[in-house]
Design a protein around this ligand. Structure first.
Ligand SMILES: *Cc1c(COP(=O)(O)O)cnc(C)c1O
Length: 245
């Protein structure tokens, strides 16, 4: 039995209908914002963040054309990727903080990791990848902390180049760019402008690494105006997350 968010009601058609509407609204909004800021909305990837939600929601969003999904916690993420294995073209983005001892598990199902923020994690990913048949390099983003105190995930600005150089040494990794979360209480435009500036420093070292994974439900318009290529959107599409004990 699958349960919906607040009430513990079965996740039936009305809940899916609401998700369909929310997604359409977000997509319209992204198109309108791109037009305003002179960007092509085709250059923007929506990553639907489905953490805490059941696999049926992934199926529903897949039926509406979404292919990129974001999860932040192992083993919930592993279970959901397994439960949706039959869906075509799914791409899983791991967006949560990642412990080195989980790296091996996560590379088994993630197509892209957005939260690489320290050299120890780069090393753990590389040795995990060495133990599996090499098909394509693992895609990743460096998570940059936009806070003064880089405590809660994300590399400090002054350590960015060193981390990028560590990644550049490995053929099994492909750096796409920078990921960041706007700090609470700061104007997202101002915070994301710092991410954009940092992106130029990354590109000076690795010209291909020009993507920007910035923007969530509350600030994706601002992120688009600052050049976001990947939006990680949860609640604005899925509705409120279920509360987990
Ligand atoms: C949960 C989460 C999101 C999505 O947040 P919403 O506010 O629901 O859009 C985006 N990025 C990260 C890193 C997250 O953990």
């Amino acid at each position: 039995m699958v349960f919906d968010t607040q009430a513990g009601a079965p996740l039936g058609d009305p809940a899916f209908a609401a998700v369909t509407e929310r997604l359409a609204r977000v997509q319209d909004d992204i198109r309108a914002t791109c037009e305003q800021v002179g960007r092509d909305s085709e250059s923007v990837t929506i990553i639907a963040v489905t953490k805490f939600h059941p696999p049926e929601l992934v199926r529903h969003l897949h039926s509406l054309g979404l292919r990129d999904f974001g999860e932040s916690r192992h083993p919930e993420s592993r279970d959901k990727t397994q439960a949706t294995r039959d869906l075509e073209g799914l791409r899983w983005h791991f967006i949560g903080q990642l412990q080195t001892n989980k790296a091996r598990h996560v590379v088994a199902y993630a197509n892209c990791i957005h939260s690489v923020d320290r050299i120890a994690l780069v090393d753990a990913l590389v040795s995990a990848l060495a133990q599996r048949p090499v098909d394509a390099p693992l895609e990743l983003f460096v998570q940059l902390s936009l806070r003064e105190d880089a405590g809660r995930g994300g590399v400090a600005d002054r350590d960015l180049e060193q981390l990028v150089e560590a990644i550049a040494q490995h053929d099994s990794l492909r750096l796409r760019g920078i990921m960041a979360v706007a700090p609470l209480g700061e104007e997202p435009d101002v915070a994301f402008a710092r991410a954009r500036a940092a992106s130029l420093r990354v590109q000076a070292l690795m010209p291909g690494a020009s993507d920007l994974s910035i923007g969530m439900s509350g600030d994706y318009r601002s992120a688009l105006s600052q050049g976001a290529t990947h939006l990680r959107i949860g609640a604005a599409i899925t509705g409120p997350r279920p509360v987990r004990a």
